[in-house]
Design a protein around this ligand. Structure first.
Ligand code: ATP
Ligand code: ATP
Ligand code: MG
Ligand code: MG
Ligand code: MG
Ligand code: MG
Length: 253
């Protein structure tokens, strides 16, 4: 019988290893698109910011938040998304491989599932994939530092990319000419370049481009006079205290 066959071979199981994440620490699972530089080119992403692609990332992330009630917050930018599990979660006994692989495969399949809704006339040419990792953050301060790091990254990249693509698209520079033009430039130089050469006030660029997307869960009216835990999409600063003071439940406990 199959039971006998199984007991004969189940020794193979002993080669597996445990991978429990440290108890009582924040768990962050971050996914990032594999070679999205190529994926963007193949699918005619608008440079530097394709709104369809950002909205599709946000949609896929919402699917993940709705599936896992233990995720309290997510932060996304470019081709990456970070998912924060509550400190005390016991989901899958905190097994890293379960958490990382479920989040990544659900995100990826939701991205593909919703593709045609966002890219109506751009057929998907090949199946995109994402890498994923889990990192634990022991204290609230560590977690905030992590999220600040990711949001600061949005700013640095977006300021650079906005300059770069304006030089390429509107000053007819080659990619390497634009790169050389921007080499060693400070933030203030880039702001000035955008304003003087292109009449762009960087601070008026869309918030989603400058601050990324934060998703949290809130009890909101559902239309039938009841309340429902819904995913709220925010494009604002999460580095300073204001966001955390306005949403004290996030770090409570
Ligand atoms: P890797 O596999 O190492 O992650 P990668 O090519 O994906 O390689 P990233 O550092 O992740 O490298 O960069 C993602 C690239 O995709 C960047 O060039 C970024 O500008 C581009 N990109 C991601 N999202 C968008 C978007 N919505 N609009 C335009 N470009 C985007
Ligand atoms: P878990 O999330 O723990 O994996 P599960 O329900 O997926 O839960 P499995 O032990 O993986 O549990 O079992 C998979 C189930 O799917 C079994 O009931 C199996 O019979 C069924 N299944 C998988 N593939 C097929 C198939 N091709 N045809 C019919 N049933 C299938
Ligand atoms: Mg990378
Ligand atoms: Mg990538
Ligand atoms: Mg990336
Ligand atoms: Mg199964």
């Amino acid at each position: 019988t199959s039971t006998m066959a199984n007991s004969k071979f189940e020794d193979a199981k002993k080669f597996e290893r445990e991978n429990f994440l440290t108890p009582n620490t924040w768990i962050v699972v971050r996914i990032d698109g594999k070679n999205f530089s190529r994926f963007c080119d193949s699918h005619q992403f608008v440079k530097p910011n394709d709104v369809r692609a950002l909205n599709l990332m946000n949609e896929a992330a919402k699917t993940v938040l709705e599936e896992f009630k233990e995720i309290i917050l997510a932060f996304g930018q470019s081709d990456e998304y970070s998912f924060v599990f509550g400190k005390e979660t016991e989901l899958y006994n905190r097994r890293e491989s379960k958490l990382v692989s479920y989040v990544n495969s659900l995100f990826t399949s939701a991205y593909v599932f919703n593709w045609s809704q966002y890219f109506q006339n751009v057929p998907l040419k090949y199946p995109p994939s994402f890498d994923a990792r889990a990192v634990i953050y022991p204290s609230n301060e560590d977690l905030r530092k992590y999220l600040s790091w990711r949001q600061a990254d949005v700013h640095i990249n977006n300021l650079y990319n906005t300059c770069f693509w304006n030089l390429v698209l509107h000053k007819n520079m080659t990619c390497s000419e634009a790169q050389i033009r921007l080499k060693g430039s400070l933030s203030s130089d880039k702001n000035e370049l955008l304003f003087k050469e292109f009449g762009i006030n960087y601070n008026k660029e869309p918030l989603m481009f400058r601050k990324g997307t934060t998703l949290i869960k809130k009890l909101l009216p559902d239309g039938d006079g009841k309340t429902k835990l819904s995913v709220l999409q925010i494009h604002d600063d999460i580095i300073g205290d204001k966001f955390w003071n306005e949403n004290p439940e996030l770090l409570a406990k």
